[in-house]
Design a protein around this ligand. Structure first.
Ligand code: PHE
Length: 346
């Protein structure tokens, strides 16, 4: 009788599955707890005739061990499931942790925008070395041997030549070196912009830095005129600073362009009325430019009778400062996240 019951219970326990803590608790109450069936059967042992008691006792022990082993197994399975099942470890009622996204550096944002505007006008993008020969940074660009820009206070020289021929190595002071390299290896038409890092030996302050970025542009073809230069930069100014922007050209001087002009754009902070960004002139300077000097074309193996070209160059830091109203150049290199975070999603 008891043996029958034990057999039933054994097969019952062997077939049971337990998937949750609640089911596990029900299992424990039914088979293992002090009020469970196994205890009850043990208590009934005293009513079993003396001669059978030992055998029945052994059967009950088997049942008890089975129940306990199964309980351990179920318990372990549920514990390990709750380690990997996110619903069991993540408290879905907790408030959301804000998504901490990085942001592009403001100089990257502006460089990409400048590139995008010129690409739409048919310019491609060229790059060149930051460590450069004198020829590409100066001589080919029509800098006289004694031009002050070659002097130590402006240029970081890497090696200085002794002889007559200038073969110094230096850190480029502008990205115009890429213009020379491009003209040397490619026949016109050339229509390209050159973004990059440049170096000048200047004390670091709010308005000057020894490392900064430029984008230069070069267009060489038959019949390229000053009007093309003006139209190109006017279009750029409207795209970059807003449709109402106007530009003005002021005569200037660069060894590699003739004639040369400084490009100003109407101050987009005060719309030309006058504010401290434009120093109450209504205009801010954004670029140097000019028609490529025929000497430069000749130096690069391009026939200056057949071809003309224009070039321009602008500082990415300067444009970024104007666009975002930033008043200190040093902020760009300090990597203060409070500054950088302001450009999230820009
Ligand atoms: N290379 C000049 C500079 O660094 C900028 C410039 C480029 C001016 C092309 C005219 C034409 O200041």
């Amino acid at each position: 009788m008891v043996t029958e019951r034990v057999k039933e219970l054994i097969s019952e326990i062997e077939q049971i599955t337990v998937d949750s803590k609640d089911q596990l608790e029900a299992f424990r109450l039914r088979y293992i707890s002090k009020k469970g069936v196994v205890t009850e059967l043990f208590e009934g042992l005293k009513n079993i005739p003396q001669e059978d008691r030992r055998a029945v006792g052994q059967e009950l022990n088997t049942l008890k061990n089975l129940a306990q082993n199964r309980f351990q197994e179920f318990n372990a399975a549920i514990e390990s499931a709750s380690d990997t099942n996110p619903e069991m470890v993540i408290d879905l009622t907790l408030p959301v942790v804000p998504n901490q996204q990085g942001s592009l550096h403001p100089l990257t944002i502006v460089r990409r925008r400048i590139i995008e505007i010129f690409e739409r006008m048919g310019f491609n993008v060229s790059y060149g070395p930051e460590i450069e020969k004198d020829w590409y940074n100066f001589s080919a660009l029509n800098f006289a041997d004694n031009h002050p820009a070659r002097e130590m206070q402006d240029t970081f020289f890497i090696s200085k030549s002794e002889g007559e021929v200038k073969d110094d190595m230096l850190l480029r002071t502008h990205t115009s070196n890429v213009q020379v390299r491009l003209m040397e290896r490619q026949k016109p038409p050339i229509r390209s912009i050159m973004p990059g890092r440049v170096f000048r030996n200047e004390a670091i302050s709010a308005r000057a830095h020894c490392v900064f970025h430029q984008v230069e542009g070069l267009y060489v073809d038959r019949n390229v005129s000053f009007k093309d230069l003006k139209d190109t930069l006017y279009h750029f100014a409207k795209e970059m600073f807003g449709k109402e922007s106007k530009i003005r050209l002021r005569p200037s001087y660069f060894p590699f362009t003739e004639p040369s002009a400084e490009i100003d754009v109407t101050c987009f902070i005060c719309k030309g009325k006058g504010c401290n960004i434009c120093k109450y002139t209504g205009w801010v300077e954004i670029a140097g430019s000019g028609m490529v000097d025929p000497n430069v074309l000749t130096n690069c193996g391009i026939d200056s009778e057949e071809y003309t070209g224009f070039a321009f160059g602008m500082g990415i830091e300067r444009i970024t400062m104007l666009r975002y109203g930033i008043n200190d150049l040093r902020l760009f290199t300090e990597n203060d996240v409070r500054f950088l975070r302001q450009f999230e999603g820009a």
